[in-house]
Unconditional design. Structure first.
Length: 314
């Protein structure tokens, strides 16, 4: 990390701290490759906590200079006026994604807000904290579309889509994820928002062994598919996404909608459009949702892809 790149990051953070939003946001997204030398750096504002993440291991001297820059920022009037009280540095390149406490008291759980909804994050104990911030517009879209609908949320993780759907008036949401601990956090998120849990189902199963359970609670007006690019032993995007797409007609209502997502920088939106046409031709591509402006990317096809398909029967 060269001195000019560090200076660029320091200037960007100083400016961001003077105009912080009321809710959680990413305030620096180097992974979009818009700033040379900072492609491995992200910074998130978690409403009092500044979380800096490194996705590549720097040289010892580079890391020392990086930490020195962050600590110098802490000593400025800008930091003091921002209301920030904690500074965390996550080393995402390490197997345990070690969280280094640079300022403040240790925090393992933290509640943030997005679009008026509350979510509980895990800090310092897992690689991912519980909410993918680049999906902000996707959750907003689901909230706007959900009224009166039955929703299936595949790869539900901590149920961010489910929280948005229930807040938007969904009749019922079925969340499926093989990670039961993540679903437990999803229950916490619904409780945080005082939702009626009788309108929410949590299925802690592996998808490809559970089609019967999923189909039993259908049909659905809206199906959300937001898988990991790769999950050892259970899912590989390029191999397994098609298996989900071909099942969609039997899961959907006659006028059902699908929100299908990919967050692999090496796979563009055409992958979904072409495979949907091949596996479920009655589902017609409608629109790709915009990504939030705080996630700039040098290539539009490298960022998050969230595509809407509608069922159009002859």
């Amino acid at each position: 990390m060269q001195p000019d790149a560090l200076a660029t990051l320091q200037q960007h953070l100083s400016q961001s701290l003077t105009q912080l939003p009321d809710e959680t946001r990413r305030i620096f997204h180097g992974r979009g490759r818009c700033w040379a030398g900072l492609e491995h750096v992200t910074v998130d504002w978690l409403q009092g906590i500044v979380l800096v993440s490194l996705f590549r291991e720097p040289a010892v001297a580079e890391l020392e200079a990086f930490v020195e820059m962050l600590l110098a920022l802490v000593g400025t009037p800008t930091w003091a006026a921002s209301g920030a009280h904690t500074l965390l540095l996550q080393h995402r390149y390490l197997p345990d994604s070690h969280m280094q406490q640079l300022l403040g008291e240790p925090v393992e759980e933290w509640v943030i807000s997005e679009n008026g909804l509350r979510y509980k994050l895990d800090l310092g104990i897992k690689q991912n904290n519980g909410l993918f911030l680049d999906m902000r517009y996707g959750r907003r879209w689901v909230q706007q579309q959900a009224r009166g609908k039955r929703v299936l949320n595949l790869f539900a993780y901590t149920c961010g889509f489910s929280v948005a759907a229930v807040a938007g008036g969904a009749e019922h949401v079925v969340n499926l994820d093989m990670a039961r601990a993540a679903l437990s956090r999803g229950r916490d998120n619904h409780r945080l928002n005082e939702h009626d849990l009788s309108r929410v189902t949590f299925l802690g199963h592996e998808l490809f062994k559970s089609w019967g359970k999923v189909k039993k609670t259908g049909p659905y007006d809206l199906v959300i598919i937001d898988p990991p690019s790769f999950q050892k032993g259970s899912f590989a995007l390029s191999r397994d996404y098609q298996k989900i797409l071909r099942r969609l007609p039997e899961l959907l209502t006659e006028n059902g909608t699908v929100l299908a997502c990919i967050n692999d920088p090496d796979i563009g939106p055409d992958f979904l459009i072409e495979n949907m046409a091949a596996e479920a031709a009655e589902l017609v591509f409608q629109v790709r949702l915009e990504n939030p402006p705080e996630f700039p990317d040098i290539s539009p096809n490298s960022g998050l892809k969230a595509l809407v398909f509608n069922r159009c029967l002859p």
